[in-house]
Design a protein around this ligand. Structure first.
Ligand SMILES: NC(=O)c1ccc[n+]([C@@H]2O[C@H](COP(=O)([O-])OP(=O)(O)OC[C@H]3O[C@@H](n4cnc5c(N)ncnc54)[C@H](O)[C@@H]3O)[C@@H](O)[C@H]2O)c1
Length: 423
């Protein structure tokens, strides 16, 4: 088998690594020339994948390229390109469409094409299939078309690409069979569903489930806070129930390329069917209000110390969207930093995984990560814990910061201390 992975990012690279480990041939395709040459030079663009692992893939024949005519050399093609939202929060399928434009001239009989990017139910049939048919191919007859959602959880040490069960839906029964045969070569457990639409909807259910439940605990956090109760203590106790409860934790909002975005793919498609997805909108509203909630808590805490936010020096701890990753996409920390800047604060950040503030489409901070030391902590009017990386020295922060606004419950076990404010 020669498998082509199109889109060498957080999803595509771990998948390429797993396929390479299984002994199949892998070619990686990407439009980012720097990324292609970096990978061919043995450099990993992702913090949790070591350069040595890229080296091992290269030793097993992996190659990255920007030459899409080489997709014809592959028996199977797996698309892992971004599926963001546009400015008005409608699905932006332009990356998927441009991928299809690049590969359509090279599609040939006998190939299998799988879409893994998260998207609205119907994308594989309504967007991909016409390209296949225009190439003179018929899914289920001389070509196979499937959808199989990616379930990568960066930074989670308990699961890897191989052990995470893989849902597969086919355009036809023969497509499904071919998809199951392909993924069985490198994934332990395959879960078959009746159609590509079903498989697309499975992924959305998973992410909507998270978004709605995180929205719920974020709302409950503001209630328990008013009541003087600790939401983290309550969740930990509730979690002792051995059935019917799943723990979700509050925070400064939601981030990453999935949870803040994917639910709105369904909202958009549901409108075509005259259905309003109110739970999704409500969770989105609650979660999107969290950065403002955090800033309000900071303003109040500074006010109690006779300080204004304008002119205060604030250190944001953690700009990755979640613990122990280096991904800052849609990170609520960045929204908090934007608000602080708008209010006239002098904002700095520290993140052991993000040494320099990355280039982002909608945010621009010319900053590098500040080293967290006793002296640097003491020089800020407040530190704001936004992402609870395990590399932070929480004891030192508690000792030397003059005011801590904690959005993650990282300081809840520390002795009662008026300088820690929950947000
Ligand atoms: N990151 C995650 O944890 C995660 C988890 C599950 C699902 N997903 C889904 O997987 C998809 C990919 O996400 P990601 O996080 O890997 O994105 P990413 O931004 O890390 O990587 C995407 C890669 O695709 C490349 N690319 C863009 N357009 C291309 C094109 N036309 N042809 C070839 N390459 C192209 C980019 O240069 C980039 O290297 C998205 O639909 C996302 O929702 C992501």
């Amino acid at each position: 088998m020669q498998v082509g992975i199109i889109g060498l990012g957080y999803v595509g690279i771990p998948l390429a690594r797993r396929i390479s480990q299984s002994g199949q041939g892998v070619t990686g395709f990407d439009i980012d020339a720097e990324r292609v040459s970096g990978l061919n030079g043995g450099r990993s663009p992702i913090r949790h994948i070591a350069d040595a692992e890229i080296g091992a893939m290269l030793a097993h024949g992996f190659e990255a390229t920007g030459d899409f005519s080489r997709t014809a050399e592959c028996d199977a093609l797996i698309i892992c390109v971004p599926t963001p939202l546009g400015k008005t929060r409608e699905p932006d399928l332009s990356y998927v469409v441009s991928t299809m434009e690049s590969i359509a001239p090279h599609l040939r009989a006998g190939q299998l094409l799988s879409l893994e990017s998260t998207t609205w139910p119907g994308t594989t049939e309504e967007v991909l299939r016409p390209y296949v048919e225009h190439a003179g191919l018929t899914p289920g007859v001389d070509f196979h078309l499937v959808y199989s959602p990616e379930r990568e959880d960066p930074g989670n040490p308990d699961f890897d690409t191989r052990s995470i069960p893989k849902v597969v839906g086919g355009s036809t029964a023969a497509c499904l069979d071919a998809g199951v045969r392909l993924y069985s070569l490198f994934i332990d457990r395959i879960v078959q569903v009746s159609s590509t639409r079903t498989a697309e909807m499975v992924k959305l259910l998973e992410n909507i489930h998270r978004s709605v439940n995180i929205g719920l605990v974020n709302e409950l956090k503001s209630v328990t806070d008013r009541m003087g109760l600790d939401i983290f203590e309550i969740i930990d106790a509730a979690k002792s129930k051995p059935f019917g409860f799943t723990a979700y934790y509050p925070g400064p909002g939601i981030g990453g390329h999935c949870i803040p975005i994917d639910p709105f793919y369904l909202t958009w498609k549901a409108r075509e069917f005259g259905v309003h997805t109110r739970f999704i909108e409500l969770a989105g509203e609650v979660n999107a209000a969290m950065p403002r909630y955090v800033v309000d808590k900071l303003i109040t805490a500074l006010n109690e110390r006779a300080k204004a936010l304008r002119g205060s020096k604030i250190l944001a701890l953690g700009i990755a969207y979640k613990r122990d990753v280096d991904d800052t996409r849609e990170s609520p920390s960045v929204f908090v930093m934007e608000l602080l800047r708008e209010w006239g604060a002098e904002v700095h950040y520290s993140d052991p995984n993000v040494p320099v503030f990355p280039r982002m489409r909608e945010h621009n901070f010319d900053l590098a990560s500040v080293e967290v030391t006793a002296d640097s902590l003491a020089s800020y009017d407040a530190v704001l814990l936004l992402t609870d990386h395990s590399a932070f020295d929480y004891g030192m922060i508690a000792e030397h910061a003059s005011l801590i606004v904690d959005t993650r419950g990282a300081f809840r076990d520390m002795p009662a201390n008026s300088k820690v404010v929950r947000a």
